[in-house]
Design a protein around this ligand. Structure first.
Ligand code: DAH
Length: 345
């Protein structure tokens, strides 16, 4: 047994003298001393040869040696781990270098502008309301004073659901007006962004789907002056303080009187260019005072309440704001186009 204890002492010294320099050497050490056929295991095997009276003493020495060998292994392992994190030597890369930038992407210009519109009207107390894109005839047309054979339906041909002839893809966000009025909770001050559909040939100026924002304000004593001032505020916030507006009389079945609103051309500032077709003005939305028939259709007392409404195409606002000349760019998913909006807010 003296011999065994001496041997253990020698092993300890051997371990103390090992220059630990890397993961491979550590693994070699583990196999030699701590492995299933390693020195520690072998020494435990010697136990049976030790005379019974000395077994206890030998057991203690052996256990201490085992702990010593294991502790060494752990401390070496942790130094190797931390040095490999610093240098990346294990993986063969330098982890102290700055990381590769991740391409973050950007918001779609339509999303950017929709959020801006919602935000501007939000400051005037308008909250967002939404409605279905698959709509029935009543909410998209009839309740809006566009009866079945009304000629104005011609301008809004759409896609019908074959199995359900009464269902269609909504042609405008005005359906949300009807749905909100039907709820019967007044006053109403809402802004309704959403996707709309029309059976149009796709070109630089028209598409079979696009986006609109509808606005509706109903209360007692809402006047055309409120409409004008609200839209003037919107335009100034959206395009800047220099922009002028003008209203042109127009016709929509759901408003009376109706008006289209133009803004002074942002490109030529009135002197005439292609964008404004040399008029100095560009049309941006339709609007008017809610037709009393609509109020009655939705069981609102038209003697007590009045309201204004407006609707605009988000694509149109975006094209003017960012000087985009082709509507198709919005849905083609060309990253060369989309990434130009990375820093737009
Ligand atoms: N719904 C109309 C369209 O798609 C836009 C519109 C015009 C909405 C006048 C309105 C409005 O609410 O008052 O062409």
């Amino acid at each position: 047994m003296e011999q065994l204890i001496q041997q253990i002492e020698n092993y300890k010294q051997e371990i103390d003298n090992i220059p630990m320099n890397g993961a491979a050497a550590l693994e070699e050490y583990r196999i030699k001393f701590l492995g299933t056929k390693g020195i520690v295991k072998n020494l435990f095997g010697e136990m049976k040869n030790v005379e019974p009276a000395k077994k206890k003493e030998f057991g203690q020495v052996l256990n201490e040696f085992k702990q010593f060998a294991e502790a060494k292994y752990e401390s070496w392992q942790s130094t190797i781990d931390s040095s490999s994190t610093a240098t990346g030597s294990k993986a063969g890369i330098d982890l102290s270098l700055p990381g590769d930038p991740l391409p973050l992407g950007s918001q779609h210009p339509i999303t950017l502008v929709r959020n801006q519109i919602v935000h501007i009207f939000g400051r005037l107390g308008f909250s967002v309301a939404e409605g279905p894109e698959i709509e029935d005839d009543w909410h998209n047309f009839t309740a809006l004073n566009l009866d079945e054979n009304h000629p104005a339906r011609d301008m809004q041909d759409t896609f019908y659901i074959h199995q359900k002839p009464d269902w269609l893809l909504r042609t405008h966000t005005s359906n949300v007006q009807v749905r909100e009025m039907e709820k019967g909770k007044l006053p109403i001050r809402i802004i309704c962004p959403g996707r709309v559909y029309r059976n149009e040939t796709i070109s630089a100026r028209a598409h079979c789907f696009f986006h609109q924002v509808e606005g509706l304000y109903i209360d007692d004593q809402v006047s055309f002056a409120d409409l004008k001032q609200t839209l003037y505020f919107f335009v100034q916030e959206m395009f800047g303080n220099d922009v002028k507006i003008r209203f042109r009389p127009s016709y929509f079945p759901f408003t009376e009187p109706s008006a289209e609103m133009d803004i002074s051309c942002l490109i030529c500032h009135g002197s005439g260019c292609n964008v404004c077709k040399h008029t100095g003005w560009v049309e941006i939305l339709g609007s008017g005072m809610v037709h009393p028939k609509l109020l009655e259709n939705c069981h609102i007392d038209s003697n007590k309440y009045t309201g204004f409404a407006f609707g605009m195409g988000i694509e149109r606002i975006t094209m003017l704001k960012y000087q985009i000349n082709d509507l198709r760019l919005f849905s083609e998913n060309d990253v060369r186009f989309l990434k130009q909006f990375t820093s737009a807010v």
